[in-house]
Write a protein that binds this ligand. Structure first.
Ligand code: BDP
Length: 357
């Protein structure tokens, strides 16, 4: 709650600063007002290498991230920030606010849209609500495996999608790994679609994810990530769905021990900038930022591969029941109608994705 109030007041103060600065023609941006540093944040600061001496006016930009400080996406964000700072000799500083300090994903995306927050790393699911075509890239069972997904994302199709969100006032910077998502719950092992019946499943704030859960016979409850643990604990929801690292680091495995490897979606993570913030920078600085984002993907994916294994081991050791399906065909069939519903206009594009080798 306190976090929310804090995030809201930062947003209000920041909006005021943005409006106040509107009449000015200068390119420079004043450092944004800072939230009170929490303990983690203080640790972060200590851990950072000393910043290179800035030459001239320093530009301070903010990046919002939902995950904890050592989560693979946060490490990717920090690598991005480090590269930008290094390549501009400290002239552009990007502060990474992890742990949803700036708010939950949907609220942060809204603020990025009107320039109150400069960058965020989010899941594609909530972003697709702002740019519907993005739903294509999170269709269930779209990619054959992780390699296939990376060929698509790092090729011309992925580039086109990054560009496509400019219409919604975002600049797509790069993709990060988010693995495959699986269902988990506190009631019973899910071994077939029939076992999903009647379960209350939390979903991201995404229409496609709601319909996916409905198609499997369960009842979807959209909810911000930060509220899921208590939702499971109090029985407001019976389950949710996520990849290994999120199942682990959110501690959901403690309160929902049945985890079924159905791999219904591979939802890419995406790093985006506010178009309003980018437009205030010179072309050269925009290029530095875009390149730094692309270059940060390597570290994020390495960290992801490590974390996936660690998290799997951790939740198995903790006694969670992991259900391996002989085949997920039954799940695939049940969710197939979503292709027409969410991507009916993009049949050729879907074929191109499927044909990507
Ligand atoms: C995680 C994503 C995060 C989402 C979260 C969720 O990394 O961005 O917020 O799932 O389910 O896998 O909301």
């Amino acid at each position: 709650m306190l976090k929310r109030v804090l995030a809201l007041s930062i947003a209000v103060v920041f909006m005021f600063a943005v409006f106040a600065a509107c009449g000015q023609t200068a390119q420079k941006q004043e450092p944004a007002p800072q939230p009170k540093a929490d303990e983690n944040k203080t640790e972060d600061k200590k851990a950072e290498a000393p910043a290179p001496k800035p030459s001239g006016e320093q530009i301070v930009l903010r990046l919002g991230e939902t995950h904890p400080a050592d989560y693979p996406t946060t490490l990717g964000d920090k690598e991005f920030a480090r590269l930008v700072e290094e390549r501009t000799n400290g002239r552009i500083k990007i502060e990474v606010y992890h742990g949803a300090q700036l708010g939950e994903e949907k609220a942060v995306i809204e603020q990025v849209q009107f320039g109150a927050i400069d960058f965020t790393r989010v899941s594609l699911s909530p972003l697709a609500e702002f740019s519907k075509k993005m739903n294509v890239l999170q269709l269930p069972y779209l990619y054959r495996n992780a390699d296939h997904m990376w060929k698509v994302l790092n090729g011309p199709i992925g580039d086109e999608f990054l560009k496509s969100i400019e219409d919604a006032n975002f600049v797509g910077l790069t993709w990060y790994d988010g693995g495959a998502r699986n269902f988990y719950n506190s009631k019973r092992p899910i071994k077939s679609v029939a076992d999903m019946k009647g379960l209350k499943i939390r979903v991201q704030e995404s229409k496609l994810m709601m319909e996916l859960v409905k198609a499997l016979g369960a009842s979807p409850t959209p909810m911000p990530y930060g509220e899921v643990y208590s939702g499971l604990q109090t029985g407001v929801i019976d389950g949710a769905e996520n990849n290994w690292p999120s199942y682990d680091t959110s501690s959901h495995y403690e309160v929902a021990k049945y985890y079924t490897l159905d791999e219904h979606t591979r939802v890419p993570e995406i790093l985006i900038a506010s178009k309003m913030s980018m437009d205030k920078l010179s072309k050269e600085d925009q290029e530095i930022i875009k390149q730094a984002a692309r270059d940060s993907q390597k570290l994020q994916r390495e960290e992801w591969a490590k974390k996936e294994k660690e998290s799997e081991k951790k939740v198995r050791d903790a006694g969670c029941e992991i259900i391996e399906l002989e085949s997920n065909e039954e799940f695939q069939k049940a969710v197939a109608p979503l292709y027409d519903e969410f991507a009916g206009d993009y049949k050729d594009l879907i074929q191109k994705i499927k044909d990507t080798k």
